[in-house]
Design a protein. Structure first.
Length: 569
């Protein structure tokens, strides 16, 4: 790598600096890239729309579950929006225009230092080699816009997978079914399985399955209360803020502007010239030699699409019309396995993600996905509120009132279910379709994210097959299915909305994640995925960010920090 000059102190006015790289977003993609570039000597500015919430206590999120969980979704009050913001959550409504009735919901997406990784469940799995050649796994779906293969294959990602696993200190064991390339992983040793999970894994092994300990970006600090969905106050969760953003700032001179919303990209036909932002309520313009978008697969295309100009009438970098299209979200279902009284002793703990198996990744030539422990469900109060909202958004909304009358009986039932069950999740690969997309913003709500997403018949058939396989697997256990695969509000692992590829007519980015249309604009969040894979995307996002960092460092050797510039309004 080529070392470049470093800014060692925060400038009084960030608008007076020409930055080597400005990165919009501090999640796994933006945080990892910024760390690598700052370590190599580039002047890096992070723009984060949320707060620098690294030191905030996880109890705030628990309060959110109790207070806001009763009526999630459609309406945000000032109080509830502030509560979401303080707990690292996205605090705006997504407008779902997929059906005959518009629905509004608050997605479970992070906002603040670390982005969604500050809340994630820490699963850091490699994509399978087959995920990089999805056309082989899905040969008979002409309605999908699926490419035959990624423009960069597994072998090119392998070294960066290892580097990302080391950087995020991933603990776990090898998947017995993984190909030889994955057997080279140098994972740290995880703690022993908890007794109830160990018993369940023995049950699955006896049935011919191949469970293993799920790789997690977690340091397993003593007395950690488990921070899936929570901001961690125990320094156990290796999110991008802890691992990358804060070290980049403290050790390598990077700067972060929190509460900085990028509202518009100003670009001519060749380059991005400046970013228009609101920083703590102040309108500012920022300039960088290289601009990187890492705001997530909803916000990144939304920002591009609303940055309309004479040069870019359909949005910046959108000459292909592909920005926002090919929206994918994993189809996820939750299975609750009821434990026996003997298993629910003092050692019983259902809070942690512990195991996974991939026996159903591909079944008789049909690509499905992974199965892994989910960790503990949200409190019964939050589940009750979520169910009530689902009814309100459904075909018989008047039933929500009647359902609300059952709270005295049904909410305690849900809480017992939470306390006494082991939750496991199925994650099924979703395919890209041009009609599934982030829609252009409306004039009267330019920053609101609008989506249109409908599950295709092909995915519905594979969901049904996955459920059939799981029912067969769990038949000797006491279990119940919480169907979530068809629910757009569970927009898990959203990706694909600015995909990379060789052809500028069918992709937004080139194989190095630079926009085909602009010489200094990159995207490194999950927007770049041309297919969604069959497992968690975090590690692939991190590995790709390290790959793009190497590309940028080798491609721009002349980039040097040039100091203050004259501010232009």
């Amino acid at each position: 790598m080529i070392a470049l000059n470093t800014i060692t102190s925060k400038p009084a006015d960030p608008t007076q600096t020409l930055w080597d790289v400005i990165i919009v977003g501090t999640g796994v993609g933006g945080g990892t890239l910024g760390y690598a570039l700052a370590k190599a000597g580039k002047s890096v500015l992070f723009c984060e729309r949320g707060s620098n919430n690294l030191a905030r206590s996880g109890t705030l999120t628990a309060n959110y579950a109790e207070q806001f969980g009763q009526e999630p979704g459609a309406v945000l009050t000032t109080e509830s929006a502030d509560l979401l913001a303080n707990t690292g959550r996205f605090n705006e409504v997504v407008v779902d225009e997929s059906g005959t009735h518009t629905r509004r919901f608050v997605p479970f997406v992070g906002s603040g230092s670390g982005g969604s990784s500050a809340l994630y469940g820490m699963a850091f799995e490699r994509f399978a080699e087959s995920d990089f050649a999805p056309g082989i796994s899905h040969p008979n779906n002409p309605e999908s816009s699926l490419e035959a293969a990624w423009p960069v294959g597994y072998d090119a990602f392998s070294t960066y997978y290892s580097a990302a696993e080391n950087l995020y200190r991933v603990h776990g064991t090898q998947d017995p079914l993984s190909a030889g390339a994955q057997r080279s992983r140098s994972l740290l040793q995880p703690p022993a399985l908890t007794p109830a999970i160990a018993k369940l894994c023995d049950h699955f092994s006896a049935g011919g399955l191949h469970p293993y300990q799920l790789p997690l970006a977690c340091d397993y600090v003593a007395d950690c209360q488990c921070c899936q969905g929570f901001l961690c106050d125990k320094n156990c969760k290796n999110d991008s803020s802890r691992v990358c953003v804060q070290p980049a700032i403290q050790n390598f001179g990077a700067v972060m502007l929190d509460n900085c919303r990028v509202v518009r990209i100003h670009a001519d036909k060749a380059r991005v010239n400046r970013l228009a932002c609101k920083w703590h309520g102040r309108d500012i313009l920022l300039r960088g030699k290289q601009i990187v978008l890492a705001a997530g697969a909803l916000q990144t295309p939304n920002l591009l699409l609303r940055s309309v100009s004479i040069d870019w009438p359909n949005g910046v970098a959108n000459s292909s019309g592909m920005v926002g299209r090919n929206l994918m979200r994993h189809c996820i279902d939750i299975y609750l396995i009821q434990t026996s009284r003997s298993d629910r002793g003092r050692s019983f703990d259902n809070r942690f993600k512990e195991f996974a198996f991939n026996d159903f990744y591909c079944v008789d030539g049909v690509k499905l996905g992974s199965v892994q422990s989910f960790g503990r469900l949200p409190p019964g109060q939050m589940l009750f509120g979520s169910l009530k909202q689902d009814i309100k958004d459904g075909p018989v909304p008047w039933m929500a009132g009647a359902f609300g009358l059952t709270i005295a009986v049904f909410q305690p039932f849900l809480q017992r279910m939470v306390d006494q069950s082991i939750a496991i999740a199925t994650t099924m690969e979703d395919l890209p379709y041009l009609h599934n997309r982030v829609l252009p913003a409306l004039d009267d709500a330019p920053e609101a994210v609008r989506i249109s997403y409908n599950l295709h018949d092909s995915e519905k058939k594979r969901v049904a097959l996955f459920r059939k396989m799981m029912a067969r697997t769990l038949k000797s256990l006491h279990w119940r299915l919480i169907k979530q695969a068809e629910n757009n509000q569970r927009i898990a692992h959203v990706c694909g909305t600015c995909r990379f590829g060789q052809d500028p007519q069918t992709s937004v980015l080139d194989p190095n994640n630079r926009c085909h249309d602009l010489e200094n604009l990159y995207v490194v969040d999950s927007s770049f995925f041309p297919s969604s894979g069959g497992t968690n995307p975090g590690l692939t996002i991190a590995a790709n960010a390290l790959r793009v960092a190497d590309h940028m460092l080798s491609s721009y050797p002349a980039l040097q920090h040039t100091g203050p510039i004259r501010h232009e309004a």
